[in-house]
Design a protein around this ligand. Structure first.
Ligand code: AMP
Length: 391
């Protein structure tokens, strides 16, 4: 506990850290917490799994007082991350109870309106936050700490204008903390515009390259699915994530895996909130062990115990590859990333191979039994306009 005390963390949080049995601070906690507690604006280059939530929670919990209005706003790109951050912050605030309210779309707005009346800390996604501001059910006039979590993803998802509008609703006199796995030019621009002399810190991702094996198989297009089934059946695995580039492929792969008796579930942005919650519950309780997902849906989810990452589609943007592999080989555990590429992935794969510190070796194709594929009806979801590419 001494390590955490030295960072200046207040007693009630130290007690909850003790409950969590954390032995020592992670790199990002070590670097960011003293700055955050000193009231500095901080840009932290840190991915999910780095321990970033405790880093900003230690500042929020210290500063926020119960019953004095909304003093903290945390913006997250996805509903899942909003829920996850809310749970983590309330765990760390166990001995200094604060009223935390998670606010995101896809669920009824009325209970949120009621809860917001007495909230101390609000954690939410940009769309629903703006909705509340428009209805005058959320007033940010007393916010003294603004956290932009997963800022790069928030911008990738097209939330830039929403984020700007929300930031302008907060008082100028405030502390702004920005967490992002990568600091792109857009993220840097956002920081320049809305932060005051921010201090930059960075931490290596939690992924230990020595513990992560990365391989690829080069297969004919029509054999991709058969190879996936073969590997899932023959590789001894814990939890498995299979990444696809589109919602359509995600449904296709999950449905066909189920058809051959593999316990798979799909998660992507087209599902209702209720459905996404149920999928995550099943995966967390390990009732389903294969989660087929898009980058956006997987982003920010903290799922311990993922042993295998399959790239059924190679990501178009190489930085998504880094996010994907960051889901495994965490906290000292072994992990493997398996890329299944066909000719349509070659361009994207060339981009991935150029990434710094990424070494992917080719595996020989095993003898694979041909698996029949069914094109099932997609579950009813919001249908994008023709020609739009949704993840
Ligand atoms: P985060 O990056 O905030 O999503 O945290 C990732 C995971 O690391 C969460 O399950 C945390 O509970 C855990 N964690 C955070 N800080 C520490 C620490 N100092 N030691 C061990 N685990 C930690």
């Amino acid at each position: 506990m001494e390590h955490f005390r030295k960072l200046g963390i207040i007693k009630p949080i130290l007690k909850s850290i003790e409950d969590e049995k954390f032995e020592k601070p992670t790199e990002i906690q070590e670097k960011a917490i003293p700055l955050i507690l000193a009231g500095q604006d901080v840009i932290a280059e840190a991915a999910t799994g780095s321990g970033k939530t405790l880093a900003f929670a230690s500042g929020i919990i210290e500063k926020t007082e119960k019953g004095k209005g909304i003093q903290t706003l945390v913006l997250t790109p996805t509903r899942e991350l909003a829920q996850q951050v809310a749970t983590a912050v309330s765990d760390f605030a166990r001995y200094k109870p604060l009223k935390l309210v998670a606010v995101f779309g896809g669920v009824s707005i009325n209970p949120q309106i009621e809860q917001l009346r007495t909230a101390d800390v609000v954690i939410g996604t940009p769309g629903r936050i703006l909705d509340h501001i428009g209805r005058r059910t959320l007033n940010l006039g007393r916010v003294n700490t603004l956290v932009l979590d997963e800022a790069d993803r928030m911008l990738d998802m097209g939330f830039i204008d929403d984020v700007k509008k929300i930031v302008r609703e907060c008082p100028l006199e405030r502390q702004t903390l920005l967490f992002s796995a990568t600091i792109s030019a857009d993220v840097a621009r956002l920081a320049r515009k809305y932060m005051k002399e921010p201090v930059k810190v960075a931490a290596e991702t939690y992924v230990d390259p020595k513990k992560l094996t990365q391989v690829y198989y080069d297969v004919p297009d029509k054999s991709k699915f058969s190879l996936l089934v073969h590997l899932l059946e023959h590789e001894k695995a814990g939890l498995v994530m299979v990444f696809c580039n589109t919602r359509k492929n995600t449904d296709f792969v999950a449905n066909n895996l189920k058809a051959v008796g593999i316990n798979a579930m799909a998660i992507h942005g087209g599902l209702t909130q209720d459905r996404r919650d149920r999928v995550m519950k099943q995966f967390h309780s390990q009732k389903a062990y294969v989660l087929v997902c898009t980058d956006v849906a997987a982003r920010g989810l903290d799922i311990p115990g993922v042993s295998h990452i399959y790239n059924y589609d190679i990501p178009k943007y190489s930085k998504d590859y880094i996010h994907r592999i960051g889901r495994t080989a965490r906290a000292g555990k072994e992990g493997i990333a398996i890329n299944i590429l066909a000719s349509r992935d070659y361009d994207s794969f060339r981009g991935v191979m150029k990434l710094k510190d990424v070494t992917i070796t080719e595996e020989r194709l095993p003898d694979v039994k041909k698996v029949g594929i069914r094109w099932k009806e997609r579950p009813k979801t919001f249908r994008p306009r023709p020609g739009t590419y949704r993840r």
